[in-house]
Design a protein around this ligand. Structure first.
Ligand SMILES: [Zn+2]
Length: 64
């Protein structure tokens, strides 16, 4: 699976690269990465299932 996020610069959903999975203060999952097109920072809220899958598939790294 590919992680997509909303890019504020491109103003559309783009593939996220260098994604890192982080856990928010409320216990949710969030992927943080960069727009594959312009390199602008982006993030996306993930469900636990999707977050686990993205890490298992190597689409995202677990943030330290
Ligand atoms: Zn972009």
């Amino acid at each position: 699976m590919t992680i997509e996020g909303r890019c504020m610069k491109c103003k559309e959903n783009k593939t996220m690269k260098d994604a890192q999975m982080t856990i928010t203060s409320r216990g949710g999952y969030m992927a943080k990465g960069k727009c594959a097109d312009c390199g602008c920072g982006m993030c996306r809220i993930m469900s636990k299932d999707n977050a686990d899958k993205a890490v298992a598939d190597g689409e995202a790294k677990k943030a330290a």
